[in-house]
Design a protein around this ligand. Structure first.
Ligand SMILES: *Cc1c(COP(=O)(O)O)cnc(C)c1O
Length: 429
């Protein structure tokens, strides 16, 4: 598999290098040179396969002969070794496609776990890797669980002290073993700066085998393509003809994966790019001016991003496919409407959370008579327990993934946002 850097098309790398580097020169994103094609004839066969076999087919079309299909099958099987996504019907024309039944109760498990398998596969037998990453919540949990107990891989996760929820902290700071968590006396930006400094320190990088696991890694996106095919396989032929998918967007990785699925031949009629008040993309689609504003805090905090880093990939997909950006549907939803929508869904018998509720709102408002709609459930409502309980005045039960960790002691270390402290820690612990 060959990929090029979107900022400098002459920088071309193979899949292995793209995974290792994460980003290319000038922080450019990697994008596949060749987009494989699944013909309508192949599609009907592929849709009949089980989730793991089908995902292997799709991924090997991209990865090509760089990794054998047999090996890809093994990695996919390990990566997706949890409850498959579920389709839950809301009304006659709309269902939620729930992607949150993995170990950390968010769709990020799919991408993070496949990426972890890929990074492990690149590592030589006796090589030691340190995966260093900063998180504001969900990503850290997914990455920690994805690498948990992998031999010769140490994971170090930085997060801002006191700025992630109690449940989030319990979910990944109680693991121990090869997972080290450090709370930083500072903000998320401080955490990210520390990570950046570590990667800029060439000597340190070499000494501890530093590798990144950030959200722009191409292996994550490829993994996420697979569940769009699963969604398609779960609906009737009639519904397949006019399928609209609403995606709650933050960094726009999930939507990129959906558009990649469409590019290779999954006939999804339309996507809705859904945001909260951080609406850089909806404003851009309206007037073609890219004007990020200051990021604001909302109820759907995983979508509080005003400079979505996957957007250049989406533009490239439209360009490569000769699609028109005018065909991408979009919208943004305020906190007030999000709250009302969570209540509305509850009346319909469905307990949701702010991210999925935004997607449902726009889907329900924009869906045409003859269309069928899916909105993506990106996180389990219990991950936003306090918010949801506050809105619904109703208590929600915790699934086992969280319940079993709630009483475990936190194993986090604590340091100041000071690079020398981090460096000493990385070299000596
Ligand atoms: C990360 C996340 C999103 C945003 O996904 P992107 O791929 O970054 O657009 C939406 N909802 C939840 C719950 C998330 O954790």
């Amino acid at each position: 598999m060959k990929l090029y850097n979107l900022k400098n098309h002459s920088e071309q790398v193979n899949f292995e290098t793209a995974i290792k580097l994460g980003l290319g020169q000038q922080q450019g994103l990697f994008f596949p040179v060749k987009i494989p094609i699944i013909t309508p004839f192949e599609l009907s066969d592929i849709l009949k396969m089980d989730f793991i076999t089908r995902s292997t087919e799709i991924l090997s079309k991209f990865i090509d002969n760089e990794i054998s299909k047999k090996k890809i099958y093994e990695y996919v099987k390990k990566a997706f070794s949890f409850q498959k996504p579920l389709k839950v019907s809301i009304n006659k024309n709309i269902s939620c496609f729930e992607l949150f039944h993995g170990p950390t109760l968010a769709f990020k498990d799919f991408g993070a776990r496949f990426m972890a398998q890929m990074i492990f596969s690149l590592k030589k037998e006796n090589e030691n890797f340190t995966i260093l990453t900063a998180t504001s919540g969900d990503t850290g949990a997914a990455v920690a669980h994805a690498f948990y107990k992998m031999k010769n891989i140490r994971v170090v996760i930085l997060y801002p002290k006191g700025k992630i929820s109690f449940l989030q902290e319990q979910l990944f700071c109680t693991l121990g073993q090869n997972i080290t968590t450090i709370s930083i006396n500072g903000s998320f930006d401080d955490c990210q700066n520390l990570v950046k400094k570590a990667f800029d320190d060439k000597k340190l990088k070499k000494l501890i085998g530093l590798n990144s696991a950030n959200s722009i890694n191409i292996s994550r996106l490829l993994a996420q393509i697979c569940y769009y095919f699963e969604a398609f396989s779960l609906i009737s032929e009639e519904q397949q003809k006019n399928l609209v998918i609403a995606v709650p967007c933050g960094n726009f990785g999930n939507l990129t994966a959906g558009l990649l699925a469409k590019s290779i031949g999954l006939p999804i009629k339309s996507f809705i790019a859904c945001t909260n008040a951080n609406d850089t993309v909806p404003r851009f689609l309206k007037n073609r001016q890219w004007k990020p504003k200051k990021t604001i805090s909302t109820l759907s905090n995983a979508m509080d991003i005003s400079q979505p880093n996957n957007w250049p990939r989406i533009e490239e997909l439209f360009r490569r496919n000769n699609w028109n950006l005018n065909d991408l549907r979009f919208g943004s939803v305020s906190d007030k409407i999000t709250k009302e929508t969570i209540k509305e869904l509850f009346k319909l018998g469905y307990t949701s959370e702010p991210h999925a509720a935004i997607a449902y709102r726009l889907l329900n408002d924009q869906l045409k008579e003859d269309e069928y709609g899916l909105f993506l459930g990106t996180a389990h409502p219990s991950k936003f327990k306090d918010t949801v309980e506050n809105i619904l005045k109703n208590s929600i039960t915790l699934p086992n993934e969280i319940k079993c960790r709630i009483d475990l002691p936190l194993l986090s270390h604590n340091i100041n946002p000071d690079f020398n402290q981090l460096k000493e820690f990385l070299l000596n612990k």
